[in-house]
Design a protein around this ligand. Structure first.
Ligand SMILES: O=C(CO)[C@H](O)[C@H](O)COP(=O)(O)O
Ligand SMILES: [Fe+2]
Length: 223
């Protein structure tokens, strides 16, 4: 059972992003939080910046779009070469159509859901996606506390993967630490975004290694 550790550069130094991408090269993907100050009450960066991050990153980019009207912008990130592009169910009218456009460009397609959004309507759509991002905080800011109440959504997604014979990656994002990563892995998560717990650690490689070990042990224990 392989797990993926995706540090979020939301907790990096925004005037030293090339340097701060370089210190997470032992991770699987760099998680890039795009916020538009409309879908969430915070603003980060757009395609121009992400294109340059793509140029200099030692690892592939996992782009998380917290924006309104993702139909307008998500394909642009796929064209820039992002490995995966994840948009929110709450700001999309036709998630399947958008996922198909992203896949046609060559990116993996991800669907994200906020803590208050029900997963049930999306379970039958799993074949259309490569990953589902279950938010474990309200989107918008790093450094918040993990919301364990959303774990039943992971249980439902893991069961749907089994029922449909799929391996759609199950991603969690928000408040992931050495303790909470175990809880999420026990509920079937296999792709873990960690911002502050990686970037605030004195040794980023060590933090990534410890998160990976904790998640792997919990996954093995689960199966
Ligand atoms: O999408 C996000 C916030 O909306 C970030 O990816 C997430 O919060 C990571 O930060 P942390 O690990 O510090 O919670
Ligand atoms: Fe994120």
């Amino acid at each position: 059972m392989s797990v993926r550790i995706n540090p979020s550069i939301l907790s990096a130094d925004f005037v030293n992003l090339e340097r701060d991408l370089g210190v997470i090269s032992s991770a699987d993907f760099a998680h890039i939080d795009v916020m538009d100050n409309h879908f969430v009450p915070n603003l980060t960066f757009g395609p121009q910046m992400v294109g340059r991050l793509q140029d200099v990153s030692p690892i592939p980019l996992d782009v998380h779009l917290m924006i309104e009207n993702p139909e307008r912008w998500a394909p642009t990130y796929a064209e820039l070469g992002a490995f995966s592009v994840t948009f929110h169910a709450e700001s999309t009218t036709d998630p399947v159509a958008l996922a198909r456009r992203l896949r046609a460009i060559g990116a993996r397609a991800g669907l994200a859901i906020k803590p208050g959004t029900d997963i049930e309507p999306y379970l039958d759509l799993l074949p259309e996606f490569d990953q589902i991002l279950v938010m474990t905080v309200e989107p918008g800011f790093g450094g918040q506390s993990f919301i364990a109440d959303v774990m039943p959504k992971l249980d439902a997604l893991a069961a749907a993967n089994t029922r449909l014979g799929l391996d759609v990656w199950l991603q969690v994002d928000g408040g992931i630490t050495l303790d909470t990563i175990v809880i999420a892995a026990e509920h079937g998560a296999n792709t873990f975004v960690a911002g502050s717990s990686v970037y605030n650690a004195p040794d980023r490689d060590q933090a990534i290694l410890e998160l990976r070990h904790a998640a792997t042990s919990a996954s093995v224990h689960r199966h």
